[in-house]
Write a protein that binds this ligand. Sequence first.
Ligand SMILES: [Zn+2]
Length: 356
Amino acid sequence: MTTAVPSPTPQLQSFIDTLPKAELHVHHVGSASARIVAELAERHPGVVPSDPAKLAEFYRFTDFDHFIALYLATVALIRTPEDIRLLTYEVATDMAAQNIRYAELTCTPHTSVRAGVPIEGYVEAIEDARVAAERDHGIVLRWIFDIPGELGENSADQTLRMALDHGPDALIGFGLGGPEVGTSRPKFKPAFDLARAAGLHSVPHAGETTGPQTIWDALESLGAERIGHGTSATQDPALLEYLAQHRIPLEVCPTSNIATRAVASYAEHPLRAMVDAGVLVTINSDDPPMFGTTLNREYGIAAALLDLDAAGVAALAGNAVGASFLPEAGKRELMAAIQARLTEHLAEHGPATPNG
Ligand SMILES: [Zn+2]
């Protein structure tokens, strides 16, 4: 990455690091850190280096093509339900270490089933890890099953069957990912209609690498309740107004947008324009280790882009809680934890100073 990375004061970053948070847009396999991949590589030698120093080098983010290489290498290491359990538990452990208290984690079971893992074993593995992570770290996970859009309607039908016939109670959403170009949203309407009828929330990616029409399509055809990325929304004032009026949240992932070249630089990121238009934005990390980032770093970048003080950061964290599919009692509890941390911070450091 050549673009300058906006950063907050160390004091504000340390507030962010200790702030309880929710994350809504983060991918399961894409969250595998070098540490986790090293463990998987020990089990399945030969695909990627298991030596920590070599692996750290492999993980040094260079560009989007390298991200794809890392992603595929990780996919190739996930072969058994036990691999999936390890990945899921360790991802949750890394999240908890960032004070993420609640996450809606996007899984693509179709990929693992294609690799030979039975869906029953897959679901048992993620559920076993979810329960263990909640017990050990207090982090609450919920699942979104997403369609790998580039594989077309067939993968949509299969993902739908996995969700409806095998989805655990902790499955709350239905998503659509993969490259957007050449993958129109309306063709996935039948699968989304059935998923929504079964009570799953609609959370497709849209408008990340294509224009605002894709976001309209996600709203109109797929009944999107939140938009994954929605980066191009700012190209269409009527769409921004619609999103603001209907309180449709955007799941913004700044570093991912730079990495995939959806946005040329942080300075040109539309985050501020979204906020200025009154749209509810949430900050997320997408595939954090593979893009060389963390959720806490993304909050730091957002705080710098939006000139936020601690209270502003707490409000941004509150947006994610409000936009989540947590039950009301869970939302109240997490909001209270955010407020308590802010109060403590202000007592310690005094009222807001610019960027402090
Ligand atoms: Zn994503």
